[in-house]
Design a protein around this ligand. Structure first.
Ligand SMILES: *Cc1c(COP(=O)(O)O)cnc(C)c1O
Length: 425
């Protein structure tokens, strides 16, 4: 599949049926797999042979879909997880342990911020958050002796900031650690972080990859370029024998291409069990088959809605990296030449009352805590996800009370604009 374009990979990568086999990826709805001898099964446990024995570790349906996502991102190995939260936790915890430190962009998804700043801190893993717009000096100053990973989002949810992937990758590599990028919003159709120097890519497949609001899921892809053995002192989990897995040294046995995902599967999935069900993987793949067709329409609608909103007297300002004049426009032109995503945020004059009244009048855009669906949805953080904060606190967090996040779906843009027009009126 390497020689095919993104469009063809979305449809066909990851699964090539043999003669007489099902055309569509079969849902292998089985917890376990049978063997003729214990010896056969023993080889699987020792990671000496490839095969399946228990779905918590690996399942053929999931593996086909993970292989497709790895192909789309240009990676060497991939795995599915039960959610985007699990993907980010696994990607970080695969190389961090008690006493480690993470450098993360401060402009990331709220759930991931909590994961790193609160939950992983309780596990003894510290973090320093830096602005995605920090200077190289500020970025380099955030590193410590015990830093093990750098983390950011290509387009942050919901701030819509764009990460300077090359700058973050350079700093990470100068300090001997990998850059992990959550590429949920643009998807590999619009940006492939590995091509810009990122080492590991994560996804909430719940968003555009599924794209139909049907199945929660996550994915991790390894670019296969990070030389763990060159920094063996930092990554003992990959570079020293794993006593819990028959003394295997992952980086030796599976090389740069396979060590990260093999350890993540054999160790973290074994112990935490955050698997995606084969049913969900099947639904996710239906979404992936049209991802390259859907993303340009999400972008077209997002761009049209952002341009419309910018001209309305009731709107204080609009955030969308595709808008000329947006602080992230130049960076988006570099990393997202075909556009980013369909999510736009804008501030209504008149604060939360105006936002509430406006959203009540919308007919096509439904009020939901979701984004990246085929159906347009919207949210006012001040009256929903951030309702515990007063106006002063919201302002400090960069989320004015009148801010609305709208995720433009796949409807006709003229209908979406007409809906916004009547609600503004
Ligand atoms: C939604 C989201 C997540 C969390 O994913 P879930 O599938 O909801 O667990 C992580 N990162 C980003 C950028 C997201 O938008």
């Amino acid at each position: 599949m390497k020689d095919y374009t993104m469009n063809t990979k979305c449809v066909q990568a990851g699964y090539t049926p043999g003669n007489g086999e099902p055309r569509q990826i079969p849902i292998i709805q089985s917890t376990t797999f049978k063997y003729d001898t214990s010896e056969d099964m023993g080889k699987l446990f020792d990671l000496e042979a490839e095969g399946y024995f228990y779905t918590r570790l690996q399942n053929p349906t999931n593996d086909h879909v993970a292989a497709k996502i790895a192909a789309l991102e240009g990676g060497t190995a991939g795995m599915l997880t039960s959610s985007g939260q699990a993907a980010n936790f696994f990607a970080l915890f695969n190389i961090c342990e008690c006493g480690s430190h993470i450098v993360a962009s401060s402009s990331i998804y709220g759930g991931t911020f909590n994961l790193i700043a609160v939950t992983m801190k309780k596990m003894g893993i510290d973090a320093t958050f830096v602005s995605p717009d920090c200077s190289e000096e500020e970025l380099n100053a955030a590193f410590q002796e015990n830093t093990r990973a750098v983390f950011g989002e290509t387009i942050a949810n919901p701030a819509l900031t764009v990460l300077d992937i090359e700058k973050f990758a350079k700093a990470a590599h100068e300090h001997g650690v990998p850059l992990i990028v959550d590429n949920t919003f643009p998807t590999p159709v619009n940006c492939r972080p590995i091509e810009w120097g990122a080492d590991i890519v994560t996804h909430s497949t719940t968003k555009y990859m599924d794209g139909h609001g049907a199945a929660v899921g996550g994915a991790i892809v390894d670019g296969g370029h990070f030389d763990w053995m060159a920094h063996a002192d930092k990554f003992p989990g990959l570079c020293q024998p794993d006593d819990s897995y028959h003394g295997i040294t992952y980086a030796e046995r599976f090389g740069m291409e396979g060590a990260f995902i093999t350890k993540c599967t054999a160790q973290l999935m074994r112990d935490f069990g955050c698997i995606q069900s084969p049913q969900h993987a099947f639904i996710l793949n239906l979404g992936l088959e049209s991802l390259h067709v859907r993303m340009p329409r999400h972008v077209e609608n997002g761009q049209a809605v952002a341009e419309f909103l910018q001209q309305q007297p009731q709107v204080a300002h609009v955030n969308y990296p595709g808008l000329k004049g947006d602080p992230y426009y130049e960076r988006a032109q570099k990393y997202l030449p075909n556009g980013g995503c369909g999510v736009v945020s804008f501030e209504l004059k008149g604060g939360r009352q105006a936002a509430e009244a406006f959203m009540k009048k919308l007919k096509l855009a439904a009020i939901e805590t979701h984004v990246a669906d085929a159906r347009t949805c919207c949210l006012n953080p001040a009256t929903s996800t951030h309702r515990q904060m007063n106006d002063e606190q919201l302002k400090e967090a960069g989320i004015p009370a009148g801010l609305i996040r709208i995720s433009c779906g796949l409807e006709d843009k003229e209908d979406l604009i007409a809906d916004l027009k009547q609600a503004l009126a």
